[in-house]
Ligand binder design. Structure first.
Ligand SMILES: Cc1ncc(C[n+]2csc(CCOP(=O)(O)OP(=O)(O)O)c2C)c(N)n1
Ligand code: SF4
Ligand SMILES: [Mg+2]
Length: 296
């Protein structure tokens, strides 16, 4: 057989699309999914080279709708699960999707630790400022005054700022986008995928059922304004990044912070190769066994 016949064509959206998404008509999550397909198609990534992980929530239903390896895991626990995949399979693109509740409430601790460990993966939080799946509770990003089933008189608590939190925790790529600007979402996803480390994207994604109009002020089609991070912003300047992150809504969109630091993947790989060199000929599990034996 010639090499030409063996060549595989890039996957098409049709081949990538699995079950019909069960989101409400008009939900912002549809556009994020469509752009993920576009990303895989554009980059010519095979099914077996990408893995899509999520926790629980409307947004976290994401992996069901992608015809590739992935997991719909436990609420708030997508990141530790994805960390295991990333550290054991460096050949895979690990992409994690989820909601604001999943990421910053129940999964808040995992968010900080995955960021500080700089584990290679892309984490897209589809932030709708509400718990959608469980039908309108206050989320960690809901603004003060938001009326929900848990705050009938309006939310009282200061919302978290995902961008500031990501930078403070040690994320090495931090970006902000919105589902109403597809080209920008794709651009951010591509840049995140190219980053060697923990890349985090806050993607505003409207819940038309329980928080309609939340992001109108960022949508020029609804009279709002979509402003990019200024081209002269130094993405490596943490102070400048905080300043941008602290701007009132709708703020700025784009890559806000980026830095270079060894990944846990690289650090662990070095420990492994050093150990292998010392214990030549032994398999990984035999080296591990020797370590266990030493502890006896
Ligand atoms: C351990 C655990 N606690 C609570 C729940 C209930 N629960 C499921 S999804 C969810 C919040 C979803 O909100 P978010 O992560 O913002 O996703 P969205 O539905 O808005 O996309 C909650 C509280 C659960 N499934 N498991
Ligand atoms: S409830 Fe909201 S977040 Fe969930 S699918 Fe419907 S519109 Fe989307
Ligand atoms: Mg949500």
């Amino acid at each position: 057989m010639s090499t030409a016949t063996l060549e595989r064509k890039p996957l098409t959206k049709k081949e990538l699309a699995a079950d019909h998404p069960t989101w409400c008509p008009g939900c912002g999550d549809f556009s994020v999914l469509a752009l993920y397909f576009k990303l895989i198609e554009k980059r010519g990534i095979w099914h077996e080279k990408i893995t899509t992980v999520a926790g629980i929530g409307c947004s976290s239903r994401f992996p069901y709708f992608v015809q590739a390896h992935g997991a719909h895991f436990i609420h708030g626990r997508a990141l530790p699960f994805a960390s295991g995949i990333s550290l054991s399979r460096p050949d895979l693109h690990v992409c994690v999707f989820g909601g604001d509740g999943d990421a910053f409430s129940i999964g808040g601790n995992h968010f900080s630790h995955t960021a500080r460990k700089n584990i290679k993966m892309t984490y897209v939080v589809m932030d709708n400022w509400v718990y959608g799946l469980t039908k309108k509770q206050t989320s960690p990003t809901s603004p003060i005054g938001f009326k929900s089933k848990t705050d009938a008189w309006g939310a009282l608590d200061q919302p978290i700022n995902p961008i500031k939190q990501a930078i403070a925790a040690g994320a090495t790529f931090v970006a902000r986008t919105t589902h109403t600007n597809p080209n920008h979402v794709l651009q951010m996803m591509e840049a995140a995928m190219d980053h060697d480390g923990f890349s985090f994207i806050q993607c505003l994604s409207e819940c038309v059922e329980f928080y309609e109009g939340a992001f109108d002020a960022s949508n020029p089609r609804k009279g709002g304004s979509f402003n990019l991070v200024p081209p002269d912003h130094d993405v490596t300047d943490e102070g400048a990044a905080y300043k941008i992150a602290g701007e009132p809504f709708p703020g700025k969109f784009g890559i806000i912070y980026k830095s270079t630091r060894p990944t846990k993947n690289a650090n662990e790989a070095k420990i492994n190769s050093d150990a292998q060199a010392k214990m030549k000929g032994l398999k990984d599990w035999q080296i591990l066994q020797k370590n266990f034996d030493r502890l006896k």
